[in-house]
Design a protein around this ligand. Structure first.
Ligand SMILES: [Zn+2]
Length: 169
């Protein structure tokens, strides 16, 4: 399977220093600016590469989950509850793997550049998402409307996440 996903070209967010008009060039992939507005700078490229890596990891995870039949249901309440459950399971999953790093939150890429490990970024985003889901969950009173996830569903989710991790290597 191709390792890249289609993304529309993004216009450069800078303005021309001469005319003051918005720049008409396209941003370097993964950044918001074109080459002449700093898109080729090492730190910008590095950040872009990291975001690209994270996005690919999430796309791989999403594909794995979809391929294994974990799909939202038609009922929005059920779908919301399942999404919230998955967000929290993903957060717990990432937390466990961050804990295994024992404080070694950075690693080195092929060029020897120090990088925050992918799972740390995944954990941060999973925390954010879980927080939002929980806030909505309480606000919408979903607990009162819905039965909790059954044990069986939770076990299936954990198995799926384990397989996803195995693919990440
Ligand atoms: Zn530009």
């Amino acid at each position: 399977m191709a390792s890249h996903a289609y993304r529309p070209a993004v216009p450069c967010s800078a303005k021309s220093s001469r005319s003051g008009e918005p720049c008409r060039a396209f941003a370097v992939v993964g950044t918001t600016v074109c080459v002449s507005h700093g898109g080729a700078a090492p730190q910008v490229r590095k950040a872009a590469a990291r975001r690209r890596q994270q996005r690919l990891a999430e796309e791989r995870a999403t594909r794995s989950l979809a391929a294994q039949g974990v799909q939202p249901l038609g009922d929005p309440l059920v779908a919301f509850r399942d999404l919230a459950g998955q967000a929290i399971a993903l957060k717990d999953f990432a937390a466990a793997h961050v804990a295994e790093l024992e404080g070694r939150l950075t690693g080195h890429d092929a060029k020897g550049t120090e990088q925050l490990r992918e799972v740390v970024g995944l954990y941060e985003r999973a925390m954010d998402r879980s927080g939002k889901f929980l806030a909505d969950y309480v606000r919408l009173g979903i607990d009162e409307r819905m039965a909790r996830l059954t044990e069986a569903q939770a076990v299936v989710l954990v198995e799926v996440l384990d397989r996803v991790l195995a693919r990440w290597g």
